[in-house]
Write a protein that binds this ligand. Structure first.
Ligand code: BGP
Length: 479
């Protein structure tokens, strides 16, 4: 078996809005995640023409409000991560804890103090924090008052927020990411950009304008980070779904290439290379507008050029296949990124097509495209776990999934790819981003909490807990 590099960052990943809870404590403002209804229909519900960002407790549940109560139980949780041997822990800072409305001039000290405590707890166990500055939880006020990321005023608000957290924590935290899964906006712009149908999220030009504003804001964060600490590493974060042509028909091959450009590569190309790619106009024309229609200044382009990211963080859950020649083929039911069913692959209970080889391909594609280190910051199997009477989960299906994906990473290391680390998603069970529910679980640690918010919130180690502990201990030799 391949030797993983010395210092390989084994760990796990979470996001503030999906586990912290305490949604209105210590001065925290509302974030968009706090008003998204729970349930498998959440994306459809928010895209109703009259969706208005208020909480209607009678009709919907809001699982993010309590999360898994990590805000109060973080010490217990970090201790369990340390027991697994985590070298790093990827988490996000809730923007709305630091700037409750997003547009204040002074931060909320109580919010910052929570992350002081969380970071100290990680460092106590020699766990390197890996921080996502914005993970699907912008302050709600920035959406209701300013219309979300399509408004360029957000560049300044994000810059101020990033500056506050970088200045506060950079001496303790070396690894950062600007925006979680920035390219996901192509399929669900509500999470990263605060755009839904009722505020223009159905217009592609708005999504691209929002991206542009995020690119500039992210580049400004890179600039601030490097000025504070030259050895800091600050990356972008992409949702990467390896995209194949369904068959050898050149027409499908070309369609797959275009899909790759539009989804997998566009955001990375700008953030890693610092310039808009040659195919920009062709992608935009396809959606009926031109780059000239966007509000882009010469200063923006200079900031992008001067501040590319240091590495490419990405999530990998699934691959997809493109077929434009046979309209009868079913779409990959549930695959968040579209495409058709691949006859060679199985899918998860949620229809996400399971493809470890696709991860090896993704690592090669990204590294060879950019020649910068790559970091698998999310990967995992969402499944319905069935605990026994002692709340023990024998999650062999999860072990099997993770083992094959780790083998794929090892293969990519053999291929010459510089991989920084691996942080499987939802290392402790938490609220799902796409369904807003608990029943889609990823963790090594079972949390006793159901979709209706009932349960003791006690934590229990699953079979995968001991398995992953050995993986880390052996630096990936024992799988
Ligand atoms: C990614 C997000 C995470 C996360 C994960 C699993 O898209 O970055 O926030 O939740 O996917 O998705 P889900 O929770 O929908 O199963």
């Amino acid at each position: 078996m391949t030797e993983f590099p010395k210092g390989f960052l084994w760990g796990g990943a979470t996001a503030a809005n999906q586990l912290e809870g305490a949604y209105n404590e210590d001065g925290k403002g509302l974030s968009i995640a706090d008003v998204l209804p729970g349930g498998p229909e959440r994306f459809n519900l928010v895209n109703q023409p009259d969706f208005n960002w208020t909480m209607d407790d009678k009709k919907y549940t809001y699982p993010n409000h309590n999360g898994i109560d990590h805000y109060h139980r973080y010490q217990e949780d970090i201790k369990l991560f340390a027991e697994m041997g985590f070298k790093c822990y990827r988490f996000s800072i809730a923007w709305s804890r630091v700037f409750p409305n997003g547009d204040e001039t002074e931060p909320n000290e109580a919010g910052l103090e929570f992350y002081d405590r969380l970071i100290a707890e990680c460092l106590k166990y020699d766990i390197e924090p890996v921080i996502t500055i914005s993970h699907y939880e912008m302050p709600l006020h920035l959406v209701t008052e300013y219309g979300g990321w399509k408004n360029r005023k957000l560049i300044g608000f994000y810059e101020r927020y990033a500056s506050v957290v970088l200045n506060r924590y950079a001496d303790k935290v070396k690894y950062w990411m600007t925006f979680n899964e920035i390219n996901s906006a192509l399929h669900f712009p509500v999470m990263g950009q605060g755009l839904v149908k009722s505020n223009g999220g159905d217009k592609m030009q708005n999504i691209y304008q929002a991206w542009h504003n995020q690119f500039v804001a992210g580049a400004k964060a890179v600039k601030i980070a490097h000025a504070i600490r030259p050895d800091i590493l600050i990356g972008c974060m992409l949702l990467y779904a390896t995209t194949y042509s369904y068959d050898a028909n050149p027409v499908n091959q070309l369609a797959a290439l275009k899909e790759n450009q539009a989804f997998n590569h566009f955001c990375g190309d700008v953030q890693v290379r610092g310039t808009y790619p040659a195919y920009t106009e062709s992608v935009m024309n396809r959606y009926g507008f031109s780059f000239k229609d966007l509000d882009v200044t010469a200063d923006d382009l200079a900031v992008l050029k001067e501040n590319p990211v240091d590495y490419i963080g990405f999530s990998y859950y699934m691959s997809t296949a493109i077929n434009v020649t046979d309209k009868k083929l079913a779409t990959a039911n549930g695959n968040l990124v579209g495409g058709v069913k691949n006859p060679f692959l199985e899918a998860s209970d949620w229809g996400w097509q399971i493809d470890p080889t696709g991860l090896r391909i993704a690592l090669n594609e990204l590294y060879n495209r950019y020649q910068k280190p790559v970091f698998v910051v999310e990967n995992g199997l969402g499944a319905i776990d069935k605990p026994d009477k002692n709340n023990f989960v024998q999650d062999d299906y999860r072990i099997d999934y993770l083992r094959k994906h780790i083998e794929a990473i090892a293969g990519a290391v053999d291929d010459g790819v510089q991989v920084m680390g691996y942080t499987p998603w939802g290392c402790i069970d938490l609220v799902s981003a796409s369904t807003g529910q608990m029943s889609k679980r990823y963790g090594f640690i079972y949390v006793d909490l159901d979709d209706n918010g009932q349960g003791t919130l006690n934590r229990y180690k699953k079979a995968s807990f001991n398995w992953y502990q050995k993986v880390i201990e052996s630096n990936g030799q024992e799988l």
